[in-house]
Design a protein. Structure first.
Length: 133
C-alpha cells in the first residue's frame, strides 16, 4: 500500500495522519529557528538563563518546556554561539549564557535576512496594518 502525504488512511495507530504530523513538525522547526535568533538577541543584551527565557518567550505566546529550551541552549553553546557560566543562586547552580563573537556575527547576519523575509511575507500598509491578500 502506498501513502500520499494527505492520506489519513495511512495514519498510525494513534489516528493522526501523515500530513498533520508533517505540518506540526514543519511549524515546530520553523519557530525553533526564530527562537534561536531570539535567544541570541537576548544573550547579546546580557547574561541569560533558561527559566528567564521560558518566561520571556511565554510573554510572546511561545510556551516552551525545559525539555525543548535547555537542549537548544546546550546546542548553541556547543556550536560556539553562546558560552555557559555557572553561578550559585539560592544554593543552586544556575547556568547563565552569554553570546560569543561567533554568536554576534550570526545574529548580525540573520537580522537583515529575517527583516527581508518578514517584509515580503507581511507587507505593511501605511498605518501598520497588513494588506489583504
Amino acid at each position: 500500500m502506498s501513502c500520499r502525504v494527505s492520506d489519513t488512511s495511512c495514519a498510525g495507530t494513534d489516528g493522526i495522519g501523515i500530513e498533520y504530523r508533517y505540518r506540526v513538525t514543519m511549524i515546530r522547526d520553523f519557530f525553533l529557528g526564530f527562537i534561536r535568533i531570539h535567544v541570541l538577541h537576548h544573550a547579546a543584551e546580557g547574561p541569560i538563563y533558561g527559566q528567564a527565557l521560558i518566561d520571556e518567550l511565554g510573554r510572546h505566546g511561545y510556551h516552551l518546556s525545559p525539555g525543548t529550551l535547555y537542549p537548544l541552549l546546550r546546542d548553541l553553546a556547543q556550536t560556539g554561539y553562546l558560552i555557559r557560566h555557572d553561578r550559585v543562586v539560592g544554593g543552586r547552580v544556575r547556568k547563565y549564557y552569554t553570546i560569543t563573537r561567533r554568536g554576534r556575527a550570526a545574529l548580525r547576519r540573520a537580522k537583515p535576512r529575517i527583516a527581508e523575509l518578514v517584509a515580503e511575507v507581511l507587507p505593511l500598509a501605511p498605518r501598520g496594518r497588513s494588506r489583504p491578500s
